[in-house]
Design a binder for this molecule. Structure first.
Ligand SMILES: [Zn+2]
Length: 198
C-alpha cells in the first residue's frame, strides 16, 4: 500500500470512469486534495444530485428531472416526426444543431448479438406503444453507422414497416463507425437532411 486508505479509495473511484487509467486516477485524486473544500463539496453534491434527481422520461427515454421531459411536453414541437437515437447524448447533439423540430425516442443501446443484447434489452417496446397512441408520420432512424446501429435500424424498420409509417435512415455524411454524439453540427445537419427512405 503506497497511499493512505482514503486516497486509495478516491483513486479507485476515478478508475471506474471511462477512459481513466490508474495514472490519471492518481493525478485526479491528488488534484482533489489540493482543491478548496467548498469546491470539493460542490463536486460531490453535483455527482449525487445528478444521480438522484435525473430519471428517464417515461415517453421518450431521455434523461430528465421532470416526467414527461421538456421536449415531450413542448407543444410547439412536431410530434409527427420521431428521431430514434441510441443514447441521451445523441439527443443533446441533435438539439445543439437546432435544425430538428420533431421529437425523440432514446433506445438506450443497440441490438448486439455478440454481446447478447436483444431487442427486449433496449427501449423498443415503448416506441411501438407510442406509434399506436401518437399521430406519428415519420420515424427517422438515427442509430450510429456501425454494425450494431445498422442492425438495430433494420430491426425497427422491419417491425414498423407494416404500419405504413414513413421510415428513413440518417445519411452517411457521418463517418462509418463514428458516433452521432461526436459529429459536428454541420455534418449532423447534412446527415439529417440527406436521410433516405427505407
Ligand atoms: Zn421525453
Amino acid at each position: 500500500m503506497y497511499y493512505p486508505e482514503p486516497i486509495t479509495k478516491l483513486i479507485d473511484s476515478f478508475t471506474k470512469l471511462p477512459g481513466i487509467g490508474p495514472k490519471t486516477a492518481a493525478r485526479l485524486a491528488f488534484f482533489v486534495l489540493e482543491m478548496e473544500e467548498d469546491d470539493v463539496l460542490d463536486f460531490a453534491k453535483s455527482l449525487v444530485n445528478a444521480k438522484r434527481e435525473l430519471t428517464h422520461c417515461s415517453t421518450c427515454g431521455h434523461i430528465t428531472d421532470q416526467d414527461p421531459c421538456s421536449i415531450c411536453s413542448d407543444e410547439s414541437r412536431d410530434g409527427t416526426v420521431i428521431c430514434v437515437v441510441q443514447d441521451p447524448k445523441d439527443v443533446i447533439a441533435m438539439e445543439k444543431m437546432k435544425d430538428f423540430q420533431g421529437k425523440y425516442h432514446v433506445l438506450h443501446g443497440t441490438i448486439s448479438p455478440m454481446e447478447g443484447i436483444g431487442p427486449e434489452d433496449i427501449n423498443v417496446s415503448t416506441l411501438i406503444e407510442r406509434l399506436k397512441d401518437e399521430q406519428v408520420e415519420e420515424l427517422i432512424l438515427a442509430t450510429n453507422p456501425n454494425v450494431e446501429g445498422e442492425a438495430t435500424a433494420m430491426y425497427i424498420s422491419r417491425l414498423v414497416k407494416p404500419s405504413g409509417i414513413r421510415l428513413s435512415r440518417i445519411a452517411h455524411g457521418l463517418p462509418v463507425g463514428g458516433d452521432l454524439e461526436y459529429a459536428d453540427e454541420v455534418t449532423l445537419s447534412k446527415a439529417l437532411e440527406g436521410r433516405r427512405d427505407l
